[in-house]
Design a protein around this ligand. Structure first.
Ligand SMILES: Cc1cc2nc3c(=O)[nH]c(=O)nc-3n(C[C@H](O)[C@H](O)[C@H](O)COP(=O)(O)OP(=O)(O)OC[C@H]3O[C@@H](n4cnc5c(N)ncnc54)[C@H](O)[C@@H]3O)c2cc1C
Length: 448
C-alpha cells in the first residue's frame, strides 16, 4: 500500500512539501486539496501583478502537480466541504499548508470607517481573488494613506501610481484597471512609525518607485539619519547592508529636483497613525510624530493630519483557525514542534511560522514535513486509509464540484488568451465564472 498524504493548501508551502515527498518518499501518493479552483496561493493572489517574473516560480509547482503520484482537488475547502477529521480518516498523513489569509486588525479609533481596508483585502481585490471582488474600495479620492513600511505597502502604493499604460500590461483584472484608471488619486502617503533605517522594504522594490512614469517618490531630507552608523547600530551586518542601500536610494529621492510628474508618492517616516477622521467616511488620517529611542518608536506629543479618502493598513496578515486543529491565538499559528503538530498531522509555511518570509522561506518547511512523515508513518501505510478514492466518494455523495489540475490548466489557458498580446492574462474573478467557463468550454469535436 502507498502512504497516502493530503496536503491542504496549494501555495508555495504546499507545493514544496509535495516536491520533497516526491523526491524522498517513493511510496507516497499525494493529494493537494485547495479551497479555490486555482492553485498557487499568494503567488496568484498576493505577489504584485506587475511582478510576473516572481510568479514564474509557479512553473516549477506545475511540474510537481503534473507528476503521476500527485492529484489536485481545487474548489474544495477543508472545514466547509469536508472536515479535517474526515480528511485525517482517509489519509495516513495530513499537511496543513493553509497560509494566513486575513488582515491583522488595525485598531486605532475610526479604523472601522468606510474607506479603510486591510492589505489582505485590498491586494486580494486587485489580484482578482474571489473572496474580495465585492470590496469596491473608495477610489474616488485624490489622497491615499498606506500604513506600513514593508513590501506589501509599497506594492499597494505602486499599483495605484502606475500609469494606465503600465497597469494595462499587468494581470490586474479588467474592472480593477478601469476603477484605478478612473480614480483621481494623485497623492499616496506611505507611513512608517519608525525611521527610514528601520523600513522593511527590499531595495529592488524601493528603487522601482523611482522609475514610475507618472509619479515621483518624495522623501524629506530632514527625516534621513545624519549619523547612519548610529541609525543602523542595532542591525546585524547583512541587514545593515540592505538598509544602507535603502538609505542611499532614499537620499537619492530626497535630492531629486522638483519634477513635472503629475503624481506624488510620499514616503513619510516617524509617523504613527492614531485616528482615522471623517464624517461617515474617511477624510484624513491623524498621526503622531515619533522619535526612535533604543529601537522603539515613541510619540513626541506632536500631531498632524494627512487628508485622504482611502486608507490601506498594510500591517501584516493573520491566520484563521481550522476546526479540528489546535490554534495559538496569540501567535496566530497552529502550535507545532518543527512542523509536527502530532504524528500524522503537520504544518508548513505561514500557518506554521506566522506570516513572514519570502517564497523560498517555505521550502525547508516542506522538507521538514516530508522527513517527519517518513519517520512517523510505517512505509507500508495503513490499508484502512482509502486516500483519493475515499475523498472522491465523499465529494460525490455531497455533490461537491472539484476542479482537477487539467481543468485548472484550461482556466489558465482561457485567462492567457483573454490577456491578448499585451497582458500576461486576464483573470476570472469569481468561482462561478470559472466553473461556468469550464462547463461551457467543450473542445470542438473533430469533424472528420
Ligand atoms: C501581498 C503579498 C505579496 C508577496 N510578494 C512576494 C514576493 O514578491 N516575493 C516573495 O518571495 N514573497 C512574497 N510574498 C510572500 C509569499 O507569498 C509567502 O511566503 C507564501 O505565499 C506563503 O506560502 P503558504 O503556502 O504558507 O501560504 P499561501 O500562499 O497563502 O497558500 C495557502 C493556500 O491554502 C489555501 N487554503 C487556505 N485554507 C484552506 C482550506 N481550509 N482548505 C483548502 N485550502 C485552503 C489558500 O487558498 C491558499 O491557496 C508576498 C506575500 C504577500 C501577502
Amino acid at each position: 500500500m502507498p502512504i497516502r498524504v493530503a496536503i491542504i493548501g496549494s501555495g508555495p508551502a504546499g507545493f514544496y512539501t509535495a516536491s520533497a515527498l516526491l523526491k524522498d518518499c517513493p511510496n507516497c501518493e499525494i493529494d493537494i486539496i485547495e479551497r479555490l479552483p486555482t492553485p498557487y496561493g499568494l503567488i496568484r493572489g498576493g505577489v504584485a501583478p506587475d511582478h510576473q517574473t516572481t510568479k514564474k516560480v509557479a512553473n516549477k509547482y506545475e511540474q510537481t502537480a503534473l507528476m503521476e503520484r500527485v492529484r489536485f482537488y481545487g474548489n474544495i475547502e477543508v472545514g466547509r466541504d469536508v472536515s479535517l477529521a474526515e480528511v485525517r480518516g482517509l489519509y495516513d498523513a495530513v499537511v496543513l499548508a493553509i497560509g494566513a489569509r486575513s488582515d491583522r486588525k488595525f485598531t486605532i479609533p475610526g479604523a472601522d470607517k468606510p474607506g479603510v481596508y486591510g492589505s489582505a483585502a485590498f491586494v486580494g481585490w486587485y489580484n482578482g481573488h474571489p473572496d474580495f471582488q465585492n470590496l469596491d474600495p473608495h477610489l474616488d479620492t485624490s489622497g491615499v494613506a498606506v500604513v506600513g513600511n514593508g513590501n506589501v505597502a509599497i506594492d499597494c502604493a505602486r499599483v495605484l501610481m502606475r500609469s494606465p499604460y503600465g497597469r494595462a500590461r499587468t494581470d490586474l483584472p479588467t474592472q480593477v484597471i478601469e476603477a484605478i484608471d478612473r480614480s483621481p488619486i494623485h497623492e499616496v502617503h506611505v507611513l512608517g512609525r519608525r525611521g527610514p533605517a528601520d523600513a522593511a522594504f527590499t531595495n529592488v522594490e524601493l528603487r522601482e518607485l523611482g522609475v514610475l512614469t507618472e509619479a515621483e517618490p518624495r522623501v524629506r531630507a530632514e527625516q534621513l539619519p545624519s549619523d547612519v552608523d548610529a541609525a543602523l547600530a542595532g542591525y546585524e551586518k547583512r541587514e545593515r547592508r540592505v538598509r544602507q542601500r535603502n538609505l542611499n536610494t532614499l537620499a537619492e529621492y530626497a535630492e531629486r529636483a522638483p519634477s513635472e510628474k503629475p503624481k506624488s508618492l510620499h514616503l513619510e517616516f516617524f509617523a504613527s497613525p492614531v485616528e482615522i477622521i471623517g464624517d461617515g467616511r474617511v477624510e484624513a488620517i491623524r498621526c503622531e510624530r515619533t522619535q526612535v529611542i533604543d529601537g522603539r518608536a515613541e510619540g513626541t506629543g506632536s500631531f498632524f493630519e494627512i487628508p485622504c479618502g482611502l486608507v490601506i493598513a498594510a500591517i501584516g496578515y493573520r491566520a484563521e483557525p481550522l476546526d479540528g486543529a489546535p490554534f495559538d491565538e496569540a501567535r496566530g499559528i497552529i502550535p507545532n514542534t518543527s512542523g509536527r503538530i502530532e504524528a500524522g498531522l503537520y504544518a508548513v509555511g505561514w500557518i506554521k511560522r506566522g506570516p513572514v518570509g519570502v517564497i523560498s522561506t517555505n521550502r525547508p518547511d516542506g522538507q521538514q514535513a516530508a522527513s517527519h512523515i517518513q519517520d512517523d508513518i510505517p512505509p507500508e501505510g495503513d490499508p484502512s486509509k482509502t486516500g483519493h478514492q475515499g475523498l472522491e466518494a465523499l465529494l460525490h455523495e455531497r455533490a461537491r464540484r472539484w476542479v482537477c489540475f487539467d481543468e485548472w490548466k484550461r482556466i489558465d489557458e482561457m485567462e492567457r488568451i483573454a490577456g491578448g498580446d499585451d497582458a500576461p492574462r486576464r483573470k476570472f474573478v469569481s468561482v462561478d465564472e470559472m466553473l461556468n467557463a469550464l462547463d461551457n468550454d467543450h473542445p470542438e469535436a473533430a469533424d472528420d
